[in-house]
Design a protein around this ligand. Structure first.
Ligand code: CP
Length: 355
């Protein structure tokens, strides 16, 4: 694929990128990882600026994009609404239009349910530079890319078709986590022919339109997508398990689109009551024992230790959570290098030296 094909493109969801474009991002991620590990300079985005706008907290996403753009020769502005006129209600249109005159990409995280994806799409509508999602209420494309890269590293590219992946809801009390990680995983993994089982209590469904799209992906690409309300069922014979909490947002649709609407608080309180019913949805040694012997444990992090997963599992030999986290750096860099204007990816050939 011509690497220039992605120049200027937004990344709101991997679904909007063709398979060959995702493959190109993964190939570049592998090469950038090699160069990073070998301390070979790769300043593909010299003097370029990414505006990172975070409506929520972040460790991996913030630091992978900021360290990543530094390694690529550019710079990131670490922004939050209180540092911007967003706090006084400035529109997405004006924010995107102004930042487009000053730098080369806008990266944004806005996970408010029924708000975040709309906000990112409004930024993308008006920006003349790429808008890169750092997670919204529906999608987390950078996480899904890193997850796919990590699975490929551990199982090999040729083993993806038919790979058994168990994605399960898990108990957590830290915060109501967005739906975007499991939704992005079922959308992407089914495009690579994986056999995905999703386990969740009835009060914690994924969004119906995303499930329908993932089913269509599976049908088109020879994958499989099944649902169960038994956590154990996601573990039986699985080669990859991804047990993680997500909020019951989709159970209470429609949510208001106003961030201060009182119904939002009512829904959140109801979700807390539902949560208490499922304390036994934890990834522990017994459940790992149901999986295939080569099983790998994954989690996008942050993990709610002692509730989503036991220390024994997340710190154990089957856990690849730090590989997964590190790959956020390499995949984030690849996305920036492929989409931002003026990048010199053409000069970076596998096996080559400093660019
Ligand atoms: N996985 C992930 O997106 O982590 P952060 O919320 O720390 O960015």
């Amino acid at each position: 694929m011509d690497q220039e094909a992605l120049r200027g493109r937004h990344l709101i969801s991997c679904q909007e990128w063709a398979r060959e474009e995702i493959d190109a991002a993964l190939e570049l991620s592998v090469e950038l990882k090699r160069r990073y590990r070998q301390r070979i300079p790769h300043r593909l985005l010299l003097d370029q600026t990414v505006f990172m706008v975070f409506f929520e907290a972040s460790t991996r996403t913030r630091n992978s994009i900021e360290a990543g753009i530094t390694q690529l020769g550019g710079h990131a502005h670490d922004l939050t609404p209180d540092k911007m006129q967003l706090s006084h209600g400035e529109s997405a249109r004006d924010t995107a239009s102004v930042l487009s005159r000053m730098g080369e990409a806008i990266a944004c995280r806005n996970c408010f349910y029924n708000i975040g994806n709309r906000y990112l799409r409004e930024l993308a509508r008006w920006a003349t530079i790429p808008v890169i999602s750092m997670q919204d209420d529906v999608y987390h494309p950078l996480q899904a890319l890193a997850d796919l890269m990590t699975i490929r590293e551990h199982f090999g590219d040729g083993a993806l078709r038919g790979l058994k992946v168990g994605i399960s809801w898990a108990h957590a009390t830290s915060h109501a986590k967005p739906l975007s990680v499991p939704q992005s995983q079922i959308l992407l993994f089914t495009r690579y022919g994986m056999e995905v089982t999703v386990a969740a209590p009835p009060e914690f469904p994924l969004q119906a339109e995303i499930v329908a799209q993932a089913r269509a992906n599976a049908a088109e690409h020879g994958g499989r997508l099944t649902f169960t309300d038994e956590m154990d069922a996601a573990f039986v014979d699985a080669q990859v398990v991804i047990p993680k909490n997500w909020g019951g947002f989709a159970h209470y649709d429609p949510w208001p689109v106003e961030i201060e609407a009182p119904e939002r608080e009512v829904h959140l309180e109801a979700m807390q009551a539902d949560l208490a019913k499922y304390r036994d949805w934890i990834c522990d040694a017994r459940r790992m024992g149901l999986a295939a012997k080569e099983v790998r444990y994954m989690h996008a992090l942050p993990a709610d230790r002692g509730r989503e997963v036991t220390d024994e599992v997340i710190d154990g030999p089957q856990s690849i959570v730090y590989d997964e986290a590190e790959n956020r750096l390499h995949t984030g860099k690849a996305v920036m290098a492929l989409t931002m204007p003026g990048s010199i990816t053409r000069s970076l050939t596998p096996g080559g030296g400093s660019s």
